[in-house]
Design a protein around this ligand. Sequence first.
Ligand code: PLP
Length: 398
Amino acid sequence: MSMFEHIQRVPGDAILGLIEAFKNDPRSRKIDLGVGVYRDDKGDTPILPTVKDAERYLVEHETTKSYIGSHGAADYGDLVLSLVFGADSEVLAQQRASLTQSPGGTGALRLAADFLRTNLSPRRIWISDPTWPNHIGIFSAAGIEIKRYPYVDDQNHFVFDLMLEALRQIPEGDIVLLHACCHNPTGYDLSREQWQAVLEVLRERRLLPLIDMAYQGFGHGLDEDAYGVRLLADNLDAMIITFSCSKNFGIYNERTGAFILVAGNKEEMLNIRSQAAITARENYSNPPAHGASVVSHVLGNDALRQQWVSEVTEMRQRIRSLREQLVNALDAHGLRERFSCVLEQNGMFSYLGLSPEQVDYLRDEYGIYMVRSGRASMAGLRSEQVEDMAAALADAVK
Ligand code: PLP
């Protein structure tokens, strides 16, 4: 009898199943709104020209593949910190922030979870309902209890007042996970006033914010999308940020992210930074180097950086334009009001307020694929498919 005999098979990731089902669907007019990967209007996920440039440079000039240390490359750390906090940030001037390069945003979240368990023995982490499902997996795997606060009601409205009320009830010392921008899966983000209200509750209740920032640049702009992060960092003496370069540099498979800690002062920052190095070492020793070298090369070169800003702008504007095209097309079916949420939401995802049965209907009848929560990855839509999509949605909700 094998030692593995008792181990049960579990269902695979729903998104991977969706990708497979889409690939096998023979219909030529099928539409893939499943996976959260940017696509251009041809349906491709190309390598950004600035990333290609940086890679060409690296092939020519890189001289070693030696280890880069548990915190990763120092230039990457400095450049990403200034992207997140802004070049003239007080937090950076006061040397209150530490960055540890991580294998993607997911790796940063796992570092955060392990760091918290080791150093703070937190009771709980409070996560929006709904959220990116991996948040639950990552923090549970690290042994942290998951609690939920309301975010969207069953009519698909952002319920900020209920969220704030729930935050007010959280016991002191607990952790609150917030999305910096482009909330996954709903696309509903906090306004400036709402960030301010959250800041006040965090301060009053002595809660520790953990901000997941996976889509900087995809909402309203690189600086605009960092508004909440910067507000909290300027006004609190402890917070955590998990950052991903997967989407805004389009380097999904290079696994490039950052685990950022903000402390009350430089001394405290150096203390917690030393702990972050141990957490990284115990997980995977050193992060992968290539993606971070690409990011540093792009951000560290004025011309390339400017070009990258335009590339991010183009991705953001394409998604914004698709949202407008879709709602205009739905108008012809008398559904502008019903789907006005699409224009309120930001970033890659739109929570359409569909039942699982309606999602199944769209797949079976029209070859339109999305996760059963009714989350559509908007960049999966091509302009030429907008009319089809609107007609299919009109049929599904009639
Ligand atoms: N956080 C959120 C909210 C995400 O949507 C994602 C990716 O989809 C991540 C983190 C992790 O991104 P990465 O691919 O860099 O691990």
